[in-house]
Design a protein around this ligand. Structure first.
Ligand SMILES: *Cc1c(COP(=O)(O)O)cnc(C)c1O
Length: 361
C-alpha cells in the first residue's frame, strides 16, 4: 500500500479523488495545441456553463492559478480606482478581497461580520444609494463555515445596479448554485474543492455585464488579461500553457457530472454532512456558524484545544482542516466534499468518541 492510501482527507481542498479522475492524468502529458485537446477544452467550457446554470453566451476563463489567483485576476479585469465596491468580510477569505482591493487601489467598504454570523437584508439595506459599483462575496466563508444568502444579495445588487462577484470556490457543487437566476455576474471556482480534481486550475465565468465592463477597460496585466482568454477560448485554447493534467482530470470529472447531474452531488454531500452532524451531537462541540453549507462542519471544542484535536486525528492518518491565527485553538473544520463515504465518516466519528472516552475532548 502507498502512504497515501493510509490517509483519509476530510479537508476542503485538496480532497479525496475518485480513481477514474486520478487515472485521467496518470500518463505522460499530451501536447496541447491540437484539435483533440481543443475539443476537450471546449467541452469543459460548455459544461462549466451548464453546471453553474448560466447562459451559453457567458464567457469561461480557464486560468492556471490557484483560487486566489482567479480572485486577483477578476478584480484586475473588472474594477479600477474609479469604482467603489462593497466587500462582505466574514473571515480569512473575505479579508482576502480586502487585501486585494488595497493592493489594486480599488476603493472599498468592508462589512465586517462577527464570527459565525451571516449577512442579513437589514444590514445590507444600509448600503443602498451610496454609489457602490460592485459587491464581492465568498458564497461560503470557508474559514468559519458561514454560507451566505446569495439570492437575497443578488436581488439587492440588481436593484442597485452593482456588479455581483461571487467567489463560489468553497461552496460550488456541494450546495446548489444558479448563476443567472441569482443575478450573479461573475463566478469564481477552483479545481481542488468540490470539483475534486487536483489543484492548479481556476475558472471564472462572466455574463454579458461582466464581459462588457472588461471590454471598456485597460487591464494592467499580461498573464491575467481576460480579453485574450475570451478570444482563445472560442478555439478551445488558452493564451499560455495550462495545467494540462488538471484540465484532463476536469474534463473527465465534468463528463461524469453530466451523467449523474449536479443535484446528485449536492445531495450526496448533504447526506454526508447531515450524517456527521447527527452522529456527533452528544460530543462536546459547539457549532458557531448560524448558516451552514454542505461543504464542511466547523467545530469548536467546548473544553479541548482545537489544534490538539487536529494533531490527534493526524496521528491517526485522518486529516481535518485546522484554523490559523486567533482561531487556532478555538476551531477546526471537517470537510464533506470529495470522494468520501458514510464508512469514512464512521472512522472519524469513532476516533472522536475515543478521544472523549480518554478525556481528550
Ligand atoms: C479555497 C478557497 C479559495 C482559494 O484558495 P487557494 O489556496 O488560492 O486555492 C478562495 N476562496 C475560498 C472561499 C476558498 O474556500
Amino acid at each position: 500500500m502507498t502512504e497515501k492510501e493510509l490517509e483519509l482527507l476530510f479537508t476542503v481542498g485538496p480532497v479525496e479523488m475518485e480513481e477514474s479522475i486520478i487515472q485521467a492524468s496518470a500518463f505522460p502529458l499530451p501536447y496541447f495545441r491540437t484539435e483533440e485537446f481543443s475539443e476537450k477544452v471546449k467541452t469543459i467550457g460548455d459544461l462549466m456553463k451548464q453546471v453553474t446554470h448560466t447562459k451559453s453566451s457567458s464567457e469561461v476563463v480557464l486560468l492556471t492559478a490557484s483560487g486566489t489567483g482567479a480572485m486577483e485576476a477578476a478584480l484586475l479585469n473588472l474594477f479600477t480606482t474609479l469604482d467603489k465596491v462593497l466587500i462582505v468580510n466574514g473571515g480569512t477569505f473575505g479579508q482576502r478581497f480586502v487585501q486585494l482591493c488595497e493592493i489594486l487601489q480599488i476603493p472599498y467598504s468592508s462589512i465586517k461580520l462577527p464570527l459565525g454570523k451571516t449577512l442579513t437584508k437589514g444590514e445590507l439595506d444600509f448600503y443602498r444609494n451610496k454609489g457602490y459599483t460592485g459587491l464581492l462575496i465568498n458564497a461560503l466563508e470557508t474559514s468559519t463555515g458561514v454560507y451566505y444568502d446569495l439570492p437575497m444579495i443578488g436581488t439587492f445588487c440588481k436593484q442597485e445596479n452593482m456588479l455581483f462577484v461571487v467567489d463560489a470556490i468553497g461552496s460550488f457543487l456541494a450546495d446548489p448554485y444558479f448563476m443567472d437566476d441569482w443575478n450573479i455576474d461573475v463566478t469564481i471556482i477552483s479545481s481542488q474543492k468540490a470539483l475534486s480534481v487536483a489543484p492548479g486550475i481556476s475558472i471564472v465565468l462572466l455574463n454579458e455585464k461582466g464581459r462588457e465592463r472588461i471590454k471598456r477597460k485597460n487591464v494592467p496585466s499580461l498573464y491575467f488579461n481576460f480579453k485574450n482568454y475570451f478570444l482563445d477560448m472560442k478555439e478551445g485554447q488558452t493564451p499560455f500553457t495550462p495545467a494540462i493534467g488538471v484540465l484532463l482530470q476536469l474534463h473527465q470529472r465534468l463528463e461524469k457530472i453530466r451523467e449523474i447531474g449536479v443535484p446528485a452531488i449536492n445531495s450526496r454531500t448533504r447526506v454526508l454532512a447531515e450524517h456527521f452532524r447527527e452522529r456527533i451531537k452528544s460530543l462536546p462541540f459547539k457549532i458557531l456558524s448560524e448558516s451552514l453549507s454542505n461543504t464542511l462542519t466547523p467545530l469548536s471544542p467546548t473544553h479541548a484545544d482545537a489544534y490538539q484535536v487536529y494533531l490527534y486525528l493526524k496521528k491517526n492518518n485522518i486529516y481535518v482542516n485546522p484554523n490559523g491565527g486567533e482561531l487556532k485553538s478555538k476551531l477546526f473544520r471537517v470537510g464533506h466534499i470529495g470522494n468520501l463515504t458514510i464508512e469514512d465518516n464512521e472512522k472519524l466519528i469513532a476516533l472522536l468518541f475515543e478521544m472523549e472516552r480518554n478525556g481528550l475532548l
